[in-house]
Design a protein around this ligand. Structure first.
Ligand SMILES: Cc1cc2nc3c(=O)[nH]c(=O)nc-3n(C[C@H](O)[C@H](O)[C@H](O)COP(=O)(O)OP(=O)(O)OC[C@H]3O[C@@H](n4cnc5c(N)ncnc54)[C@H](O)[C@@H]3O)c2cc1C
Length: 463
């Protein structure tokens, strides 16, 4: 069967766009952290929506599963196949249209995120989605994971930036839904089913995205406090003062700061003395006359927090670099068990206090390296192995530690999958923590769209 099937695949996309050799497929079959390594019959690189539709129809005919993949930067194993074919959208990277008056951009799903930011900027507009992975991840993957990132406070998640979608459904039909409308109440808003679906309900082939006026002034600063409670007070006062001019507020714990200063590249302590917590503030405005610096200085001068305001671009980069390098720096400290969770802001302090205490009771000496986009309640609660513990032994405790942390998240009305999604990594845990009614609704939707269960099976939810 597979020979006939692969011959048909080759007819659809051309032989140069079918990878069959182990060595050429290998990098695309591996999740970045090495947590998952998949296998498949072939990696297929379609060049158009019609080719994607033809592939899906062929898969249905032969009962072969397919896994959509964009930049393969996802952190939950969602784009790692277990058999079938891997449909990599990387070749579909055309920007179809930019409409400056409507402030929209229509792009194919294989466009690299950073290239969309650049294209919008050339028109004096901003595509606000931004993430440390932006030079590798692609918009189809961003949509399918509902990427969050560093500008969520001001502009929202990917979901808030998508106005229309073009999708190849598991039936092989193409849904042409590329509307650039900001008001459209003509029936169910179906695009939201595909945003964050991690490729389980169809293959996104293009999207119409919302743009904003490009900010003309920016201001970066860092505050430092003894406790997280004080840092959250600082956040509230900056948010209440600057409202929509506040586009990011990232938190860094002392442990994370030590890690990034010791193991980062060209990093150093931002203050002369150590503090318990640090908050990175990013303000912007489209009004070139607006003074952000003066009011920020005044606000911070009148507070009890230590602070540093970036005067030059280099200083701003230096402060941001501390935040951006934490994940890589943490790798140099040994094995880590990660949690990407979100909490109501009012529970964040209790969550970090309680979760840290519980994991330290279970594994004395474990380091809670916390950081994240805390302005929107999202924390990466990442645990670094104790220095004297074997890394492999520590990693064997991944499931047990996840349960300790996620139980606290659940009790405090948070989410165990804030922005990276579910994929394979959190599939079982989803069943533990989600309301059974919600799980059943998800199954009904999955069955309705993909009755043969060929569209990225084994991810998010089983039918
Ligand atoms: C250094 C680093 C930093 C990161 N920072 C952030 C961050 O700040 N915020 C955040 O939210 N995430 C972050 N991530 C995670 C990751 O970058 C995002 O999830 C990103 O949106 C994935 O895009 P991708 O193109 O790599 O998708 P992939 O990894 O290729 O796919 C992700 C999922 O989407 C599905 N999919 C891909 N393309 C399509 C398509 N066209 N149609 C249907 N389904 C599809 C896949 O099957 C898979 O389930 C980070 C990752 C790294 C490595």
């Amino acid at each position: 069967m597979s020979d006939v099937f692969l011959q048909e695949v080759t007819k659809i996309v051309g032989p140069e766009n079918v990878l069959l050799q182990k060595e050429e497929m290998a990098p695309l079959l591996k999740e970045r952290r090495g947590l998952y390594v998949g296998s498949c019959l072939a990696v297929v690189l379609p060049g158009s929506t019609e080719e994607v539709a033809a592939l899906v129809k062929l898969c249905n005919q032969h009962r072969v599963s397919y896994t959509p993949q964009s930049g393969n930067t996802g952190l939950c194993g969602g784009a790692v196949p277990a058999g079938g074919i891997l449909v990599n959208l990387g070749r579909m990277d055309n920007i179809r249209n930019i409409d400056p008056l409507n402030a929209t951009l229509t792009a194919e799903s294989g466009c690299i995120l950073a290239s969309l930011q650049e294209a919008a900027q050339e028109e004096g507009l901003l595509f606000s989605l931004s993430s440390p992975s932006e030079k590798e991840c692609r918009i189809g993957g961003n949509i399918s994971t509902n990427l969050g990132g560093i500008n969520v406070l001001r502009y929202g998640n990917t979901r808030d930036l998508v106005l229309g979608l073009e999708v190849v459904l598991p039936s092989g039909e193409i849904w042409y839904g590329l509307r650039g409308l900001r008001k459209d109440n003509a029936g169910y808003d179906l695009k939201h089913l595909f945003i964050g679906a991690e490729g389980t309900l169809g293959i996104v082939t293009a999207a119409t995205l919302k743009l904003y006026p490009y900010p003309r002034v920016q201001q970066t600063a860092m505050v430092a406090t003894a406790s997280l409670a004080e840092l959250m007070e600082a956040f509230a006062s900056v948010r209440n003062h600057f409202a929509e001019n506040l586009c990011g507020f990232e938190i860094i714990s002392r442990v994370a700061m030590v890690v990034v200063c010791e193991c980062g590249i060209n990093t150093r302590e931002p203050f002369e003395q150590p503090y318990g917590w640090y908050g990175l503030i990013e303000l912007n405005s489209t009004d070139p006359q607006l003074d952000l610096l003066g009011p920020l200085e005044k606000l911070l001068e009148g507070s009890s927090y230590a602070y540093r305001i970036a005067i030059t671009e280099e200083e701003a980069d230096e402060l941001w670099s501390l935040r951006e390098q934490i994940s890589d720096a943490q790798k140099k400290k040994g094995a880590s068990i990660k949690h990407d969770v979100s909490l109501p802001l009012s529970r964040l302090v209790d969550f970090i206090g309680e979760a840290t205490e519980l994991v330290q009771q279970r594994i004395p000496g474990v380091l809670a390296c916390c950081f994240g986009h805390a302005g929107d309640g999202n924390v990466h609660f990442n645990l670094t192995q104790p220095a004297d513990m074997d890394g492999a032994l520590f990693l064997e405790m991944w499931g047990e530690v996840n349960k300790i942390v996620h139980d606290v998240v659940h009790r405090m009305d948070g989410s165990i999958a804030a922005e990276h999604g579910v994929g394979q990594l959190k599939r079982e845990e989803l069943l533990r923590y989600k309301d059974p009614v919600e799980i059943e609704m998800m199954r009904i939707i999955k069955r309705a769209f993909d009755p043969l269960n060929l569209c990225n099976p084994g991810k998010v939810i089983d039918i």
